[in-house]
Design a protein around this ligand. Sequence first.
Ligand SMILES: [Zn+2]
Length: 133
Amino acid sequence: MGKGYETHQARVAALQALGKDLARRAKSKCELTGAAGVPLRPYEVPPVAAEPDLERTLLLCEACHEVLEQPKRLAGRAWQGLAEVVWSEMPAVQVVAWRMLQCLAKREDWAREVMEEVFLDPEVEAWAKLEVL
Ligand SMILES: [Zn+2]
C-alpha cells in the first residue's frame, strides 16, 4: 500500500469520527434540504481542509451529493428551499447553499432574484467564493 492510500484511510477514519457529532447536529436530516428518512453522508465543503473539520462538513442526502458532484443537474424549482437555507446560522450551510444558488442563477430567474437579496458576512462570502460549482 502506498502512502496515498494510508493518508486516504486516515481521512476516512477521521471523517467517521465526526459522524456522531454530525448526526446529532443534523438531527438525522439533510442539512440543506431537510430530507429525512433517507441515507445521509458527510460532505466536506471545498476547499477541503487538511484535517476533517465539523464546522466545514455537512451531512447531506444523496440528491444533494449528486448535484454537488454534477452541478449541471442542478435545475428547477425543487431547489427553491435554498432561498431560505442560505440565511442559515451555520456558515458551511450558507456557503454551499450560496454556491448552488449561484449555479442555479445561470439559468433560473427565481435564483437570480434570490441572489440579489442575499447578504453574507464578509468572511462567509469570501469562503463561498473560493470555489465555483
Ligand atoms: Zn439534501
